[in-house]
Design a protein around this ligand. Structure first.
Ligand code: FHN
Length: 486
């Protein structure tokens, strides 16, 4: 049978070029720079989110009405506070007890490696000295000083990476900004709800004509773009730019924003919420921890509240326990993700006691067992029902960290799916050696565990493996839902 060599050669060369380019793509200088950029972030694993602004002084209550739906930072929108009335409230906003160093030390002592603060949230109030609007803490409040500058300096002083959250599209005060529509019943049962809901429906979600007195392009060119430029020019190294609620920016506007950001802060990483087709450097599931089926190998960070609100609320007492917060930290690291845990400071500039207590308690665990979190990657072996597993590789060996939530009464633990020989096991931080039995099927039994758990939240066991364990492959079965579940 005569083989027509030309078409076969042609198909073979296409296939060959494809292989080369995909290998090359992974190892291009571009890919290496991206990877290098993410290195500190992947090592960090745990960060602090801070939602602070003029809304803190309401604490979720407006004219005696407790806001129905959770988020205190959405008060102006949910309670339909007229623009000028909301702006007037800044005359009473004076966080006199604000101490940037104290905030940073609380984050650091909790084991957090980076901070992301809301430089401007959806209500448009800038916590920094901006020339692009007079709606700022410097020009509109008796406090009169930049909040961002001392925080950036304190982060630098204490070796904490500094990040900025900026609401690039939504802005309920600077005219032309997007006004995400929310129905009145999410605020309070206002007798005029029907009229108000009809108005917001007819006016792109806005509830005050002032909001629509300029176009979005005006807002983008006169406020959003220049303010981001100020933030990336006047506060030293910005390690993270956290956009939010995408929608509004055109492809061109998003490109213009990212090009500027990359020029001013080439090492900065950004999240996936800019919009305009920009996917950023990592994904941001909110108030949830994705399951493995949802992961696709891309970097991700779960952001979560300690109670149910991002901004301070007097009436929200649904605080998660330290146990839940730490087990979330471990669960997220065991799936190769970062955890950005939120604090909503009080209007005087101090952290709520409930947040301070949890940060302190987390810090105790992280001080003893932080090695099971920092710089670890996804559990390469089988999942277990008694806890979570993280892994860390050096040049030649993988170390597994078994974080045990349910301590075995019989002093034994089983682990399956090991393709490497387990060389040693010990209680992390206690140097207590444990007995290992491993069969050919890769099942491992750990014996000699103390009767009582060394830690009542999660006790960690370190297992040194012979050689490097094969990393987990990600074939996403379900798409990870990005962004807002506000
Ligand atoms: O609308 C915001 C909300 O206020 C908060 O800032 C969260 C934090 O991730 N992001 C949006 C909701 O997705």
């Amino acid at each position: 049978m005569k083989i027509n060599i030309k078409p076969t050669l042609f198909i073979f060369s296409i296939f060959f070029i494809r292989c080369i380019s995909s290998v090359f793509a992974q190892t291009t200088p571009q890919a290496n720079t991206e990877d290098a950029k993410m290195a500190w972030w992947r090592e960090a694993r745990l960060g602090m989110f801070i939602h602070f602004g003029v809304y803190a002084q309401f604490g979720g209550v407006y004219r005696g009405h407790e806001q129905i739906v959770k988020n205190g930072e959405w008060l102006m929108n949910r309670m339909k506070v007229p623009v000028q009335e909301y702006k007037n409230t800044a005359q009473h906003f004076n966080p006199a007890k604000y101490n940037a160093e104290a905030w940073v030390q609380m984050a650091k002592n909790a084991g957090m490696k980076y901070i992301v603060i809301t430089a401007k949230h959806h209500d448009g109030f800038a916590l920094f000295d901006t020339k692009a609007s007079n709606w700022s803490i410097v020009q509109a409040s008796p406090y009169g000083k930049d909040i961002i500058k001392p925080l950036a300096e304190a982060c630098k002083k204490y070796g904490i990476k500094f990040g900025i959250y900026y609401s690039q599209s939504q802005d309920w005060v600077n005219p032309g900004g997007i006004t995400g529509r929310r129905v009145m019943k999410q605020g309070w049962l206002n007798p005029d709800s029907a009229k108000i809901d009809a108005y917001t429906l007819a006016h792109k979600g806005s509830w005050d004509p002032l909001q629509q007195s300029k176009t979005f392009d005006d807002y983008f060119n006169q406020v959003s773009y220049p303010q981001v430029k100020e933030l990336l020019s006047n506060y030293g190294d910005i390690s993270v730019l956290w956009w939010d609620t995408p929608g509004g920016l055109s492809k061109e506007q998003a490109k213009k924003m990212i090009d500027m950001a990359k020029t001013l802060q080439p090492n900065m990483i950004t999240n996936d919420r800019l919009g305009g087709g920009n996917t950023g450097d990592y994904k941001t599931p909110e108030q949830k921890i994705p399951n493995l089926a949802e992961l696709d190998g891309k970097d991700w960070e779960t952001c979560m509240t300690m109670n149910r609100t991002w901004g301070y609320r007097t009436g929200d007492h649904e605080w998660k326990s330290t146990e839940e917060l730490l087990r979330n930290t471990i669960d997220i690291a065991s799936k190769g993700g970062n955890f950005l845990l939120n604090v909503g400071p009080k209007p005087d500039g101090t952290f709520p006691k409930e947040s301070v207590d949890r940060l302190k308690e987390m810090g105790k665990w992280m001080k003893k067992y932080g090695e099971a979190i920092y710089g670890t990657h996804t559990n390469p072996v089988a999942n277990v029902d008694w806890g979570r597993i993280t892994a860390k590789d050096n040049k030649s060996n993988t170390t597994l960290y078994l974080s045990v939530f349910n301590w075995p009464a019989n002093g034994k633990l089983k682990l399956a799916g090991l393709s490497n020989k387990a060389l040693s096991a010990q209680l992390t931080g206690d140097n207590v050696k444990l007995k290992l039995t491993q069969n050919d099927a890769g099942s491992l039994e750990i014996e000699g565990l103390p009767n009582t758990a060394p830690d009542n939240i999660a006790s960690v066991i370190t297992i040194k493996l012979d050689g490097l364990a094969k990393k987990k492959e990600f074939i996403p079965e379900k798409k990870m839902k990005a962004g807002s579940i506000d």
